[in-house]
Design a protein around this ligand. Structure first.
Ligand code: AMP
Length: 593
């Protein structure tokens, strides 16, 4: 039977798991790695790379490389390359497609059903965008679940003792904290809090800025203005950060970091763990606020926690576990792998949704997840006030209704402005949708009765409806928020992604052709330069023309929708250039083309 998989779609790395013989196991990717870098690259040859190959080529192709796309999920953001615009859902779908493909080669059968995890603190738009990314990648998204809940599930599977635990999840781009109760097969989230834009990436930036400032004070050169240099500084910052998790100080050494009139400059600095801890203090203080909020919302004190689980790569920083200990009085548990437990919990959930039996140690009940909505949901009412309909930390799925009325006499239309967040004024919350209810029977202000209902499904995704109780008219509504895709748009994106994937064979052929053409051009151009004074003028002109012809033919290949017919002119131009440049190349470097 085809297996459903669990996917941790991370900011920095993604991980896939499947339940085999009742146990969640990690599926290595085709490169043999247990996690896949969440990096996508568009190469000059029209190839799309995902994972470590994309990460490796970043320094030579920064403009064509996208990392940390998760930070843009649900935003009106796009990435343009080669005349095509990609939205975050499409980029994430490229990562998911690779994860799906690699899982298929590991399992030996097609994979369609998947559970995907998101940070607990993701809002409605971000959840919807993640689900859409799954659909574009050709996955049937069985469920979107929260990362801390998923980690608790992986832990609870082998530790079914009744207790309240805290999951402190500090990854590459997001921070989440949840208070969860484990009892008799049930994982019940009591509260959740966090920050969608706080993670290891911010630490890297901060360390990079520190390196930049030290360098500037020594050499009076601002490295952040030099793109190539700054890329190296950022990479060195992440490496130093990781090394500082196990050593007391690191040497940051970047020879030939930049060029000045006086010659090259080298960067050579020492960063101690204590200076590093000072640099990251502000981030740890921000996580502390969420920890306190989560405990308060769960209605418990830290002393009632039985365990604190650390999840996410950034929790490897010693100052992070020290901070967690200072906040809760508990030494955090290292019993689960922070990089893999989220995907494993998702695989367990996938297995149960497919009808498999998963029992928690010490319980005879099928595992049950009870999650909450991370932020309050409200609608804007008179005076720009956000009137709460669903409070944060309400267990989902849930349906709430409230009756509203008109503000002006004989008003026949109302606009419903749906918001997510816990601030009292509408403008301070996130708009997740707007729609109109029209055809209200004309009446004095305050008379019409309009019932607004919020349905939050098990994925934490919201549907809103409005009904005029006077006429019984229910408006068919679409939430129109920038960045939210319509079904037609999702279908189109999915079709395009499939077209791209089905061209794999032609693509390989084209890439080979392109590489051969580039090599030939490089040799011919070197020969043109070397022979410019000695070779025959007519011969030089001919080679130059043929080089231009070949470049033109390459430029005409539509790399996104490869057509084998476009490759013919490239082959012909290569033959012509080979013929015309043979003598010149032989003369300048010896040997044959
Ligand atoms: P995740 O999103 O959970 O994969 O976490 C990735 C983040 O963890 C990135 O910002 C990494 O730089 C960071 N990270 C991974 N390993 C370490 C380590 N040993 N020390 C500090 N940070 C780390």
């Amino acid at each position: 039977m085809a297996k459903a998989i669990g996917i941790d779609l991370g900011t920095t790395n993604s991980c896939v798991s499947v339940v085999e013989g009742g146990i969640p196991v990690i599926i290595p990717n085709n490169e043999g790695e247990r996690t896949t870098a969440s990096v996508v690259a568009f190469t000059a040859a029209g190839e799309i790379l995902v994972g470590s190959s994309a990460k490796r080529q970043y320094a030579v192709n920064p403009k064509g490389t996208v990392s940390s796309i998760k930070r843009h999920m649900g935003e009106d953001w796009s990435f343009s390359t080669d005349g095509k615009r990609y939205i975050p859902q499409e980029i994430s779908a490229m990562i998911l497609r690779k994860l799906k493909k690699d899982a298929e080669s590991y399992l030996g059968h097609p994979v369609t059903d998947a559970v995907i995890t998101v940070p607990a603190y993701f809002n409605d738009t971000q959840r919807q965008a993640t689900k859409d990314a799954g659909t574009i990648a050709g996955l049937n998204v069985l469920r979107i679940i929260n990362e801390p809940t998923s980690a608790a599930l992986a832990y609870g599977l082998n530790n079914g003792r009744s207790q309240k635990i805290m999951v402190y999840d500090f990854g590459g781009g997001t921070f989440d904290v949840s208070v969860i109760e484990i009892s008799d097969g049930t994982i019940e989230v009591l509260s959740t809090a966090g920050d969608n834009h706080l993670g290891g990436d911010d630490i890297d930036q901060k360390v990079a800025r520190w390196i930049g400032a030290q360098f500037q004070s020594q050499h009076h050169v601002d490295l952040s203005r030099d793109r190539a240099a700054w890329t190296r500084v950022l990479e060195a910052a992440e490496t130093a950060k990781k090394e500082l998790s196990s050593s007391g100080s690191v040497n940051i050494n970047l020879p030939f970091i930049t060029m000045t009139k006086e010659g090259p400059l080298h960067l050579d600095l020492n960063l101690s763990r204590s200076v590093f801890n000072e640099l990251i203090r502000e981030f740890l203080d921000r996580t502390a606020v969420s920890v306190q909020t989560a405990l308060r919302d769960a209605g418990i004190s830290a002393a009632e926690l039985g365990l604190v689980l650390l999840v996410g790569g950034s929790t490897r920083i010693p100052a992070v576990s020290e901070k967690v200990k200072a906040l809760t009085g508990i030494t955090p548990s290292k019993s689960i792998n922070p990089d893999e437990c989220v995907a494993m919990g998702a695989a367990v959930q996938a297995e149960t949704l497919e009808g498999g039996t998963m029992l928690m140690e010490g319980s005879e009940n099928q595992i049950l997840l009870l999650d909450v909505t991370p932020m309050g949901l409200s609608i804007e009412t008179l005076g720009g006030v956000a009137t709460t309909i669903v409070k944060r930390n309400t267990t989902i799925p849930v349906r709430y209704s409230q009756v509203f009325s008109t503000a002006a006499p004989f008003q026949t239309t109302v606009e419903i402005h749906v918001l997510q967040g816990d601030r009292p004024m509408a403008r301070d919350n996130k708009t997740i949708g707007k729609f109109r209810l029209s055809g209200i029977r004309p009446a004095p202000a305050g008379v019409p009765q309009i019932e607004v209902s919020f349905d939050i499904d098990v994925n934490g995704i919201l549907t809103v409806s409005a009904r005029d109780l006077g006429t019984g008219r229910q408006q068919s509504i679409t939430i129109t928020e920038d960045g939210r895709m319509s079904e037609a748009e999702i279908e189109r994106a999915r079709w395009e992604a499939e077209q791209y994937a089905s061209q794999d064979g032609i693509r390989k052929e084209y890439i080979q052709l392109r590489q051969d053409a580039e090599k030939l051009l490089a040799r011919a151009e070197r020969a043109l330069y070397a022979g410019k004074k000695t070779a025959d003028k007519g011969e030089l002109r001919q080679v130059k023309n043929d080089c231009a012809k070949l470049r033109k033919a390459l430029g005409k290949v539509r790399t996104r929708e490869l057509d084998p017919r476009d490759m013919e002119p490239v082959r012909e131009a290569m033959e012509e250039l080979k013929g015309s440049s043979e003598h010149l190349i032989e003369m300048t470097e010896g040997g044959t083309v």
